[in-house]
Design a protein around this ligand. Structure first.
Ligand code: NAD
Length: 360
């Protein structure tokens, strides 16, 4: 991949000459079509592993599923088959291949060494447990060559905790998907301090190629990006209820009938750019107000006690009583059919948003 080879920085630290040569030559010669001939190995065939398998297969990649529990792999294959059929029926199937063509790309393997052989990208999807993940990476580190990329799906474990000490640390990266992964395109790419620049670029290109929207964090940070922004919203929402300013229902309405409508289509910077005559003009006008309001924010809430009781009694519980749910809300969110229903509303929302932009 010449374009990336030009931007390669010298590797930090001392790597054995032979491994450095293999590593570099891989990034000089590989391109996405070569990648497609190679396999993606998914380690852990649970909810996220299955979604990744579907995403890669939808873009024509060969996928090998591995799990320590054999039954998990068999049920993953069956569940993927059912999901693809249902997605085709409801018009939500990704890519240009038919379900049966996608299924032909997905195979199972119960021997880790064999599964690693020939893989160009390994996507780890085992449970969120640092010790377990480190053990998995140590095993993979012994088996992997100097060209494969080792990527973790972790939701919040830092790369420095996950990958430090591995022989192939330069080839390691976090690629954090957002649930439900098949429908939500964002992937947060978080490098270890020693991750090679080419590994970040290669993973970025791979994510783009399967239709995802990767973002690159230049360095690791607790909570990555999505959760830091999400927690800022939850924190202030909580304080507004706790301080008796708003009812919990009205906080939800501020998002669902206000901010959320914009933020479904554009980020905070694009929003402020359109809310004035450009971003600079917005800051000239509103920086004082923003700083005054931001400096009045209270301390980090405890997320318990009286406020918890108050928020726990609000209509969302009445609107969506958990006991009446046919499946758990978390599973509901992952249900393609339910999401597709709500996605059907998106064109309407998009029109509203475009109209709003014209008015802005
Ligand atoms: P899960 O419990 O559904 O699946 C984990 C799978 O890993 C199971 O099939 C289990 O048998 C297998 N496994 C356990 N030990 C293993 C080992 N040593 N080698 C191979 N396989 C092993 O978990 P999940 O919800 O799919 O989450 C996987 C990862 O993805 C976690 O790090 C999680 O934080 C992250 N993640 C989850 C979500 C989500 O919504 N579920 C979203 C984004 C990221």
């Amino acid at each position: 991949m010449g374009r990336h080879a030009d931007s390669l920085a010298p590797p930090r630290g001392r790597a054995p000459a032979a491994s450095r040569r293999n590593f570099w030559s891989y990034f000089r010669t590989t391109n996405m079509s070569d990648c497609k001939k190679a396999s993606i190995l998914i380690v852990g065939s649970g909810i996220v592993g299955r979604s990744w398998a579907m995403l890669f297969a939808s873009a024509g990649y060969k996928v090998v599923l591995y799990d320590t529990v054999q039954q998990q792999v068999s049920s993953a294959i069956e569940s993927i088959r059912q999901q693809l059929t249902e997605l085709e029926r409801t018009g939500g199937l990704r890519g240009t291949f038919k379900p049966e063509e996608q299924m032909m790309l997905i195979t199972a393997c119960n021997d880790l060494a064999q599964a690693v052989e020939g893989a160009s990208h390994i996507q780890e999807c085992v449970p969120e447990n640092l010790e377990l993940k480190r053990k998995v990476f140590q095993d993979l580190d012994k088996l992997m060559n100097d060209s494969v990329i080792l990527s973790s799906s972790t939701s919040c474990l830092l790369p420095s905790k996950l990958f430090s000490g591995l022989k192939h640390v330069k080839q390691c990266i976090v690629a954090h998907p957002v649930s439900p992964t098949y429908f939500v395109p964002l992937v947060e790419l978080v490098p270890h301090p020693e991750t090679h620049a080419a590994v970040i670029e290669q993973t970025y290109a791979l994510m783009k190629d399967i239709g995802q929207s990767p973002v690159k964090l230049n360095k690791e940070i607790d909570g990555f990006a999505l959760n830091r922004i999400q927690y800022a919203i939850i924190g202030e929402s909580w304080r507004l209820v706790n301080d008796g300013v708003l009812s919990p229902e009205d906080v939800d309405l501020v998002m669902s009938a206000g901010l959320g409508m914009r933020y479904a289509f554009m980020g905070p910077f694009e929003t402020i750019h359109l809310n004035a005559e450009g971003l600079k003009n917005y800051c000239e006008r509103y920086a004082g107000g923003m700083k005054r309001v931001l400096s009045s924010f209270g301390p980090v809430p405890e997320f318990s006690g009286e406020a918890m009781e108050k928020i726990n009694q609000i209509p969302p519980q009445g609107k969506y009583p958990l006991s009446n749910y046919p499946v758990k809300p978390s599973q509901n969110l992952r249900s393609p059919a339910i999401l597709l229903n709500s996605y059907e509303q998106w064109p309407n929302l998009l029109n509203i948003s475009l109209h709003a932009r014209k008015l802005a």
